[in-house]
Design a protein around this ligand. Structure first.
Ligand code: ADP
Length: 720
């Protein structure tokens, strides 16, 4: 009797399709196969196999098994769970999971080995190279970099026969991590937290801990101890460390490498396709045991995942807002449950969701309340811009400038934080008042001086800055309103002509290597004043940084949504937490127009608990997360009448369910993007409601016309 294979295709289809298992082919669940769909052959994954009952109409056969590597059962279960939760097609998360499998194959790599022959001239540089090569397998170029010598030194040693080059399979190039290498000597509270985490992992099975420690308390050291314990307990155990920013992955990769003597797998959007393929296969074959990555690393095919760390768990960058919509922190907990693994959520400013789970005893709660060693938390002061405004056309107030002068005079570093890319957020014509907006989009164009262009941050549209106003034709009438990081940099250069000033934003730093270079330059003291968006304001250790100036502390509170206060608190606590990492105490100055605002007061008093308690009380009263649940429906269409008709039909079709309220339809705050009108519903539900099931039922009742796109966002973070 033949069998039927359910094959999931990485496309937005509602379910898996059935195919026949052809004569002579033995399929297994998790196999990557070529399956015919219409005239095409597509890569899909076998998610189930069953015996064919007689009398069915004949099915098309699976065409081929494509790879030896299978997706493990936990990964398949996770993909299907995530799709159901997100009310989306399972092919969507599958497409993410197969990103590495579909990338071009990695070429074999060249690895340097020590032959044992003695070098003719044992210079210090040569000795370092030999020791480095003995410690870990590296390519000739990486070896030269790791030993900090020129490539000529390595080449000479190879020519001499002291080193030999071996060609290795790309996957085999992952060295096993050595958990027995010594970690940092932990201080008593770190040691207590590490013990609690190890005990949690030793219990085995699914458990979650919140590692709640102030900035600089050594959370990384602590979770690396937990990772060491997981790796030591099981020689096949795998560990995943998730970070919200590529810049942060770079720093953690360095720390993991020195802790375990092996380079971990690196996974984020900036990893080139062959390297992705290599990590993907090595993970699936259990050759790569530690992965450091951004959110999509959660979909890698780990066969034996024992620990997931979500560092900076509160960070909104973990929410994927396009395509398949998911929150990596929440899904990390789900994946840990499916795998029977431990999860550690680390933060200095945990999300209210996670704090609620810790308060309710669902997560273990480990606190580190002081910085490690001599370092102390920075003092935080508010600068009332009503009393001490900057000069016209400037953005740094006299008290902040005075503090910068002192800091620079002492040879210490300043970080100016402004979470706004570009030069100016708005360009308008002083002759006619016209604002430069993005075509067919409710968004202003942001001026970028480096590129000389006006850019839409929403759609990516850009154009050269025109000489004349496109509306009234007046010449030289366009003026730049407000500051972005580039403009603050200009001001800093003007004030400190001899200082080394740099900008860190996603426009100036476009890849992981650039980010690493800039972070190293800052850490090594080659920059005096760094002007940065959030890309550089989190997680890093800059020992000589003693002043953080927040240019516009109120920025995140304007046009606020549910989490505006929480997010502002977290972001500013992170940014100010960069100051004073070593013996020298740090300080932070926040420029604000509203010093009486509870967020500013909480930051000044460094009283997180009071802020959280007040915020929790408000959310509880309103039944909002984490006390209730939210979902959004965002529909868009070119034809406003059609879109409205669809939204009316949808409103009528909303199922009645206890504990669920539907608000809308309403115009989205961003009412027009790329010529498409946007309208929204917001759904609030009590905690016990299966909101995904509710949304799925609702969605199934109305079929949108072809021109209308509908997206469902469970637990929305963006309300635009
Ligand atoms: P967090 O992640 O909590 O902000 P980190 O783990 O980055 O803190 O630690 C902050 C700094 O203190 C780092 O430079 C780290 O190497 C150092 N550090 C923390 N704990 C120790 C320790 N026990 N021994 C030596 N250095 C430590």
């Amino acid at each position: 009797m033949s069998r039927i294979a359910s094959v999931l295709l990485p496309m937005p289809l509602p379910e898996a399709f059935d195919y026949a298992e052809p004569e002579g082919m033995v399929l297994a669940v998790g196999d990557q196969v070529a399956a015919p769909l219409g005239p095409r052959l597509l890569r899909g994954v076998v998610v189930a196999l069953r015996e064919a009952a007689g009398g069915n109409r004949p099915l098309k056969p699976v065409a081929a098994i494509l790879e030896e590597t299978r997706l493990p059962p936990g990964t398949l279960e996770f993909i299907q769970w995530a799709a159901r939760y997100a009310v989306d097609a399972p092919g969507q998360p599958l497409a993410i999971a197969l990103r590495g499998a579909r990338a071009p194959k990695a070429r074999p790599v060249r690895i340097v080995e020590v032959t044992g022959a003695a070098p003719a001239r044992p210079t210090p540089a040569r000795t370092t190279v030999i020791e480095t090569a003995r410690a870990r397998p590296l390519s000739p170029a990486d070896l030269a970099r790791a030993a900090e010598v020129s490539s000529g030194v390595v080449k000479a040693l190879i020519d001499e026969g002291v080193l030999a080059v071996r060609v290795a399979d790309a996957i085999a190039a992952f060295d096993p991590p050595d958990p027995a290498l010594p970690g940092a000597l932990l201080n008593p509270s770190q040691a207590a937290a590490a013990r609690a985490l190890k005990a949690m992992l030793a219990e085995g099975g699914f458990n979650v801990a919140l590692l709640d420690g102030v900035t600089g308390s050594g959370k990384t050291e602590v979770y690396l101890e937990a990772a060491a314990a997981a790796l030591a307990a099981d020689p096949a155990a795998q560990v995943l460390i998730l970070l919200p920013e590529i810049a942060l992955t770079q720093a953690v990769i360095g720390r993991v490498t020195s802790r375990f003597g092996a380079v971990p797998g690196e996974w984020h959007s900036d990893v080139p396709p062959p390297a992705r393929r290599r990590v993907w296969e090595a993970v699936a074959n259990n050759r790569c045991r530690i992965v450091v990555g951004a959110r999509s690393a959660l979909f890698l095919p780990f066969p034996n995942l024992k620990l997931i760390v979500v560092d900076e768990e509160h960070d909104a960058s973990f929410k994927q807002e396009e395509g398949f919509i998911y929150h990596a922190r929440d899904l990390a907990v789900v994946r840990a449950r499916i795998e029977g693994a431990g999860a550690i959520l680390a933060s200095a400013t945990p999300s209210l969701e996670t704090l609620r789970n810790a308060e309710a005893g669902r997560y273990r709660w480990l606190r580190l309340s002081a910085r490690h060693g001599q370092a102390t938390l920075p003092s935080i002061d508010l600068i009332d811009l009503r009393e001490s405004p900057p000069e016209t056309g400037r953005w740094l107030s006299p008290p902040l400038v005075a503090a910068m002068v002192e800091t620079y005079g002492r040879g210490e570093q300043t970080l100016l934080f402004l979470n706004r890319r570009g030069y100016a957020p708005l360009v308008l014509c002083k002759a006619c008042g016209e604002r430069m907006t993005s075509p067919e989009t409710d968004s202003w164009l942001v001026e970028h001086r480096y590129s000389g262009r006006l850019v839409c941050h929403l759609t990516g549209f850009s154009m050269p800055k025109p000489k004349a106003c496109p509306h009234c034709g007046a010449h030289d009438s366009l003026v730049s309103i407000g500051p972005g990081v580039e403009r603050v940099e200009e001001e800093a250069r003007h004030l400190f002509p001899d200082a080394r000033v740099a900008v860190f934003s996603s426009d100036t730093i476009y890849d992981a290597r650039e980010a690493r270079r800039m972070i190293e330059a800052m850490a090594d003291g080659h920059i005096d004043i760094l002007v940065a968006t959030q890309a550089a304001a989190k997680g890093h250790n800059f020992p000589n940084l003693t002043l953080v100036g927040v240019v516009d502390a109120d920025l995140g509170l304007r046009g606020g949504d549910l989490r505006a206060a929480e997010r502002t608190y977290q972001l500013l606590a992170q940014a100010t937490g960069r100051a004073g990492r070593k013996e020298r105490p740090g300080r932070a100055l926040l420029q604000t127009w509203a010093p009486e605002h509870p967020v500013m007061q909480a930051l000044k008093a460094q009283d997180r608990d009071a802020f959280v308690a007040a915020e929790m009380a408000e959310r509880e009263l309103a039944g909002l997360p984490p006390f209730g649940r939210l979902a959004a429906v965002i529909a868009s269409g070119v034809d406003a009448a059609q879109l409205d008709a669809f939204m009316r039909a949808m409103a009528q079709a909303a199922p009645n369910a206890p504990g669920v309220e539907v608000y809308g339809p309403a115009d989205a705050p961003l009412g027009l993007i790329r010529g498409r009108r946007r309208r929204r519903f917001l759904v609030r539900a009590d905690r016990g409601v299966d909101l995904s099931a509710y949304m799925a039922t609702w969605r199934a009742r109305v079929k949108p016309p072809a021109s209308v796109r509908v997206a469902i966002d469970i637990d929305p973070y963006s309300f635009l």
